[in-house]
Write a protein that binds this ligand. Structure first.
Ligand code: PLP
Length: 423
């Protein structure tokens, strides 16, 4: 039986498999909480984008904040991807994973002078500039280093991505990007600055988007700007259309990546912009459905109004439910032939917000392993050490092989760097 999201995570009989390995076996071998990712699922998600872009000058920049494990980055780098980074730390990860700085675009509203300098020295492809202040500082930093910074302006097209307010980024009133009305003036300033070379235009309107319409609306607004900017003699080589494509957590039906990109390319061609290099910045849609979080059931706590299933994974391992009230599937790794009961699935952290799922029908006993589905994106990368809980281990699966790609954190590692007072 296949579950929402990925054919690479499916039941065979009573046991839930990731590729050719039973998840219950992974939990026994590596312990819990454990993140497990399917390499085939990641590459299959990427292939949809690659098919749509074949034959066109393009660069797929994996938005690595979705899942920044070095082995995941290495997988995408080997498949030809560049990276969308949002911090100096992410740049160091790309380099450590063997990624090519010349395929990196640097996004984010708050780049520091030090991050700019490091990215210029490493030779990133493009800075996605989000304000006029950033542009001025970047020009100065580049001049001091005797370099030129290639830039795109991230423009805010003011379209509603129809997603959760916390992950909507392309509306007026968001902190992201340069307002559509002022973008032309900022481009003219950019063209006049000595440390800056204008390379393209960029927009990213939000995350977990499940409709094609907002993408095409944003694209039209961006192409209007391209035409206005070029009419002032400023050439734009590439169009960076951002990321944001949603995945299936429950019953969402987002367009598939290939169809979405083909629709955008058709619009670009129809408006006579077919010669431009295309950049995309997908994050969630490349990794989200490729991963699960495994947790062991510690206790069943029956109650009058509510019963709780207490597991060993918590909000510090997976923030999405607590932070966005996100719904994520929770299923047993081995199905039992018993009547299901209704539980809130909660972790050990001392917060009432520490839940992974509410009112779930489960046939479970203490000692069983549960899988939280579609946890490959914004799972481990948002994990914290709250309650002095070491972060989970991670494994990458390919066929019947499983590689540990991150060790479980120990208590000593958690306070390494802290100091007792003298005396
Ligand atoms: C987060 C982010 C992305 C990726 O978003 P997804 O929803 O994960 O695809 C792309 N570009 C920028 C600038 C981002 O901040």
């Amino acid at each position: 039986m296949s579950l929402p999201g990925s054919p690479h995570i499916a039941y065979r009989g009573r046991d839930l498999f990731i590729e050719d390995i039973a998840l219950a076996d992974l939990a026994r071998r590596f312990g819990t909480p454990l993140y497990a990712y399917s390499r085939a699922a990641m590459l299959a998600a990427l292939a949809g984008y690659q098919r749509a872009l074949a034959g066109r000058e393009h660069l797929i920049c994996y938005a690595m904040k979705a899942n920044s494990n070095l082995a995941v980055l290495q997988t995408f780098a080997r498949a030809g991807c560049g990276f969308d980074i949002v911090s100096g730390g992410e740049l160091e990860r790309v380099l450590a994973a063997g990624g090519d700085a010349a395929k990196v675009v640097f996004s984010g509203v708050g780049k520091t002078r030090a991050e700019m300098a490091r990215a210029l020295q490493a030779g990133v492809a493009c800075f996605n500039v989000e304000s006029e202040g950033e542009l001025e500082l970047l020009s100065q930093v580049a001049l001091q280093l005797g370099r030129t910074a290639r830039i795109s302006l991230r423009v805010n097209p003011d379209v509603d991505a129809k997603t959760h307010p916390y992950i909507s980024t392309g509306l007026k009133g968001n902190k992201f990007g340069v307002a559509h009305e002022t973008a032309l003036a900022v481009y003219r300033r950019a063209a006049a600055l000595p440390g800056i070379e204008v390379a393209g235009i960029d927009c990213h309107i939000g995350s977990q988007i499940t409709e094609t319409g907002p993408y095409l609306d944003a694209l039209d607004r961006v192409l209007d700007l391209v035409e206005a900017v070029e009419s002032h003699g400023i050439a734009l080589q590439h169009l960076d259309l951002g990321g944001g494509l949603g995945i299936t957590y429950t019953d969402e039906q987002p367009p598939d990546a290939e169809a979405l990109v083909r629709a955008m390319l058709a619009r670009i061609d129809a408006r006579g912009h077919g010669q431009r290099k295309i950049l995309l910045e997908p994050g969630r849609s490349l990794v989200g459905n490729a991963g699960v979080l495994l947790a062991e059931v510690l206790y069943l706590k029956p109650g009058g109004s509510k019963s709780f299933c207490v597991v060993d994974a918590a909000m510090n391992d997976l923030m999405r439910p607590a932070m966005y009230e996100a719904w994520m599937g929770i299923v047993p790794c081995t199905q039992r032939d018993e009547p299901a009961q209704t539980f809130d699935v909660v972790g050990p952290v001392c917060e009432s917000g520490d839940w992974l799922g509410r009112e779930r029908h489960l046939a479970v006993r203490p000692g069983d392993t549960l899988a939280v589905l579609s946890a490959g994106a914004y799972g481990m990368s948002m994990a914290s050490n709250y309650n002095t809980r070491g972060r989970a281990a991670e494994v990458l699966v390919s066929g019947s092989e499983a590689w540990m790609i991150r060790e479980r954190e120990t208590a000593a590692e958690l306070f390494r760097g802290e100091r007792l007072l003298p005396g």
